[in-house]
Ligand binder design. Structure first.
Ligand code: ADP
Ligand code: ASP
Ligand code: MG
Length: 447
């Protein structure tokens, strides 16, 4: 039995947190493979270094080192501290070298922001050793996590990763050693490529896929996958069970508890996933798997994605010119822009993209021959609301109920996407109103 256990930033954010996590690992039966994020706040600190460069590299390295060493001093006895310091200092030198490398390299930000995971995993692994459990700290490099894709938005090469892990990680398990692997990034052409913010969940799913694990556990700071973001809805409730499809839709449309790409690597291998609270390990968490069991309410959970924009492209009788629709979408795809929703009418195509991508979208559309596009309108600062429930599409009147509730909140719906997914109904509202909408939906149909 192989359990892949992923611990997020707050779960390894202090000496106490790491000690708690080590106990969770030790108390888990069978073979265990651990994946960890950087200590909370560290990746933001590293992003800050790249976005606002300073000449005081030594000062930065010292600040970074102190945050880790303070926690290490609280956890380790003298012998462990001495052993830990040797590897820690070696990694710190590499960290300094990374900051000082060429900032114009396309993968510079990946290189610098992926450094935090190398230190949190080292601390956790040494702590396990101090408690008498054989463990090694592996980086994505030494574990063999292979990546493909563009800067800051890599994907794992699942096949290559499976090859690497079979060679480097499986033998450790057969010797009873607990590998502790860095999350967040993989290796492309010998250098780190990150999987997007929050990417350690995805790393763990990739590791579970590569090792044909029996279960993936995502340990975080809430009791499980909830009916809404608990920071927005104080009465959000933990969901006992959900399907891969439901969790994937919610994660893609903003439920931060899972990185949007976490589901696929485990779904393809039917590996169940649990979301659990490292601060309350006695709680069973949420089970995400293939089985669908009906709940009682109309809705199961609501997620929101902010900072989006609707770009409406007008052209006479566009509906009769499928090649034009293909050209518009094709042009936008050339810049790798994610389209969250598409809606068409006789003479318009409306697409939903991130606010940050609007300039790039317009620039691409301007490359289309003169006169073909008659007008482009942009509505910035909208949010997408993703409602997931059992049989949303087949139950009569559900859409009516949802939009009546939205109307009661006094909110205008800007765009609707229904029927594209079996499990969700998505619509777009002005960003300033989104929390009111979620509150009304939660109160009426979930809470
Ligand atoms: P970690 O550092 O463990 O990866 P994250 O901060 O990335 O943790 O994700 C956990 C957080 O996700 C929770 O603290 C909660 O605020 C937020 N969240 C948003 N939507 C949901 C949801 N539907 N269920 C649970 N948590 C959610
Ligand atoms: N440390 C990375 C981040 O903050 C990855 C993660 O936490 O999953 O984005
Ligand atoms: Mg996370």
């Amino acid at each position: 039995m192989i359990t892949v256990m992923k611990f997020g930033g707050t779960s390894v954010g202090s000496a106490e947190a790491i000690q708690r996590v080590a106990n969770i690992i030790i108390n888990t039966k069978g073979d265990k493979v651990v994946v960890a994020s950087a200590m909370s706040g560290i990746t933001n600190f590293l992003v800050g270094i790249v976005d606002n460069p300073t000449s005081d590299v030594d000062g930065i390295v010292e600040q970074f080192a102190n945050k880790h060493l303070m926690a290490a001093q609280q956890m380790f006895d003298d012998k462990t501290m001495a052993e830990f310091k040797v590897e820690f200092d070696r990694r710190l030198k590499c960290f300094k070298r990374a900051i000082k490398s060429d900032p114009n390299d396309a993968y510079y930000k990946d290189l610098v922001t992926s450094q935090g995971e190398r230190f949190s995993t080292l601390m956790l692994s040494y702590y396990l050793r101090m408690l008498g459990h054989d463990s090694v700290a592996l980086t994505a490099e030494t574990a063999g996590i292979a990546a493909i894709g563009l800067p800051l938005s890599g994907s794992a090469d699942l096949q290559a990763t499976a090859g690497g892990m079979t060679m480097r990680v499986r033998p450790l398990l057969s010797q009873g050693i607990i590998p502790v692997i860095t999350g967040f990034y993989g290796i492309k052409d010998g250098a780190p490529l990150t999987f997007g913010r929050g990417g350690s969940d995805y790393s763990a799913a990739v590791v579970a896929n590569a090792l044909d694990a029996d279960i993936l556990e995502i340990w975080t700071d809430v009791d499980g996958f909830m009916t809404a973001d608990p920071r927005i809805i104080s009465g959000a409730i933990k969901i006992e069970e959900m399907t891969f499809g439901e969790a994937a839709e919610l994660a893609y449309f903003g439920a931060k508890v899972l990185h949007p790409r976490t589901i696929e690597p485990v779904r393809v291998k039917h590996i169940p996933l649990k979301v659990r609270n490292s601060f309350r390990p006695e709680e069973p968490g949420t089970l995400i798997h293939n089985l669908r069991r009906k709940g009682d309410g109309l809705l199961k959970s609501v997620a929101t994605k902010n900072d989006l924009a609707i770009v409406t492209i007008s052209s006479a009788e566009i509906a009769y010119r499928p090649e034009l629709v293909a050209m518009i979408i094709g042009k936008i795809a050339e810049n790798n822009i994610i389209i969250y929703s598409i809606s068409t009418s006789l003479s318009t195509v409306a697409i939903l993209v991130s606010n940050d991508e609007v300039t790039s979208v317009i620039q691409k559309l301007n490359e289309i021959d003169d006169g073909v596009i008659e007008r482009i309108d942009v509505k910035n600062n909208v949010s997408l609301v993703c409602c997931v429930g059992d049989d949303l599409l087949s139950k009569c009147g559900v859409t009516g109920d949802i939009f009546t509730a939205v109307k009661e909140a006094g909110v205008n719906v800007e765009m609707i996407s229904e029927g594209a997914s079996e499990v969700s109904l998505n619509f777009v509202v002005p960003m300033g109103m989104v929390e009111d909408v979620v509150a009304v939906l939660h109160e009426k149909y979930i809470g």
